[in-house]
Design a binder for this molecule. Structure first.
Ligand SMILES: Cc1cc2nc3c(=O)[nH]c(=O)nc-3n(C[C@H](O)[C@H](O)[C@H](O)COP(=O)(O)OP(=O)(O)OC[C@H]3O[C@@H](n4cnc5c(N)ncnc54)[C@H](O)[C@@H]3O)c2cc1C
Length: 398
């Protein structure tokens, strides 16, 4: 089957949905292809609890998101569905707690509202044709059938940057010793008397178990947070960020061992059980597609602004280091940095944009840009620019 469109977005995570909706709203015939059967990516399947990167940091409690547009609309719709989920200060920054079911409802309705947008689930981009720096088509495997998609602009919102690699784009990948730890979250039920003190007790007891060689070393970085009901909580487990055989099984075995240990040590865990887990191990780092500019740690810490700055972010650099645990480096209080549009333009391929986790940044800068609030705004900017190029033959400001 052959399909022609102006803009093709690969991946319906938080960045991809925003990209596709923005593109369709700008009048481009847009296709969004997603290999799973749901929208939201890690934001839905990861069992995360908070959207980060939405607000300015500092002492003043935020009343609005730092970026306007689709992200503000999403926050407003989430708020309408679960008004009890309010902006919360954690340390020096603010987050928005959310329900993943709400995120799916909002994303589905945003897509359904756009007549120029077609969403294909169970549809994977499997190969990309690049002729002298111009993408001429993408092959999509959709429910056992191959579709040839001819397009004006391709936006890679795959998170891992795999689609850009298929297109022959240049990319950076951190070496194994530097790559950030990946994560896996389990939702626990049957807990008793859950309170904030467990956030301190759980890592303390696990560190003891690791010291005594009862549990593997990486489990000392496990974090606990309470859930929505008094018998619910979440354990965020960190695991090697290098994709290696057996990692999925290992993290599941570790989860069981960890819960068995805590059940014997902490009365709150005595009757607890695993009620759900992330769909799979979630990588914090993948391919960082090389763009026309590479955003750095200095740009972030010094609150850099750019002539082509399209997204504002105040979220700190958050590195999940496998030796030291989490390391934070903050943007100065009450300020933000900008992400230039050049970080979204794949170097050497005129009609390939990237958005979300795989944009053009250094290993350190990714520690800040990868959060969901920022990824949504990056997606929106990519979608709007792609629709502009499909219509005018060039990106805005070119
Ligand atoms: C352990 C962990 C905890 C985190 N906690 C938080 C948090 O608390 N708050 C926060 O704001 N952020 C958090 N993040 C970061 C954030 O969730 C992600 O970086 C962000 O959601 C990435 O969005 P994305 O759209 O770029 O990619 P993804 O969410 O990864 O979406 C990519 C989508 O593309 C699809 N896809 C991939 N390849 C193809 C293909 N070939 N064809 C079609 N579709 C394809 C995938 O199925 C997926 O749906 C966390 C990340 C991790 C790893």
């Amino acid at each position: 089957m052959n399909t022609v469109c102006d803009v093709l977005v690969a991946g319906a995570g938080v960045s991809g949905v925003a990209a596709a909706v923005a593109s369709a709203r700008s009048g481009a015939r847009t296709f969004l292809v997603e290999k799973e059967n749901f929208p939201g990516g890690v934001g839905y399947s990861g069992l995360l609890q908070n959207i980060c990167g939405l607000y300015l940091n500092g002492d003043e409690f935020p009343s609005e998101t730092l970026n306007g547009g689709i992200v503000r609309e999403i926050v407003s719709r989430l708020n309408h569905l679960s008004p009890e989920k309010k902006i919360t200060k954690t340390g020096q920054v603010y987050v928005l707690p959310y329900k993943r079911e709400d995120l799916q409802t909002v994303f589905t309705s945003l897509c359904n509202d756009e007549p120029d947008l077609t969403v294909l689930y169970n549809a994977s981009a499997v190969s990309v044709r690049n002729k002298n720096g111009l993408i001429t088509g993408v092959e999509v495997s959709h429910m056992g059938e191959l579709r040839n998609m001819t397009l004006g602009v391709l936006i890679d919102c795959s998170g891992s940057g795999i689609v850009s690699e298929m297109a022959g784009a240049h990319f950076e990948l951190s070496p194994p010793e530097k790559i950030q730890m990946a994560g896996f979250i389990m939702r626990l039920k049957g807990l008793k008397d859950v309170d904030e003190s467990l956030a301190i007790k759980v890592p303390y007891y696990l560190a003891e178990a690791v010291k005594r060689n009862i549990l593997p070393g990486h489990l000392k970085f496990t974090m606990f947070s309470p859930g929505d009901s008094p018998d619910e909580g979440y354990c965020k487990i960190s695991i090697n960020g290098v994709m290696e055989e057996g990692r999925e099984q290992k993290v599941r075995d570790d989860s069981t061992a960890l819960l068995r240990y805590l059940s014997g040590k902490l009365p709150a865990f005595k009757d607890s059980y695993i009620a759900g887990t992330s769909l799979r191990v979630m990588d914090r780092e993948g391919r960082r597609i090389r763009g026309e500019y590479v955003l750095t740690e200095d740009d972030i810490i010094n609150a850099g602004k750019f002539d082509d700055g399209v997204v504002k972010n105040s979220w700190p650099i958050e590195i999940w280091d496998k030796r030291k645990g989490t390391i934070y480096k903050y943007v100065r209080s009450g300020d933000y940095y900008e992400i230039p549009f050049r970080c979204l333009k794949a170097e050497g391929i005129s009609n390939l944009l990237v958005a979300g986790r795989c944009i053009s940044v250094t290993h350190e800068a990714l520690g800040s840009t990868r959060v969901m609030g920022t990824c949504i705004s990056l997606g929106e900017q990519a979608g709007t620019a792609a629709a502009f190029k499909a219509k005018n033959g060039k990106y805005p400001l070119e």
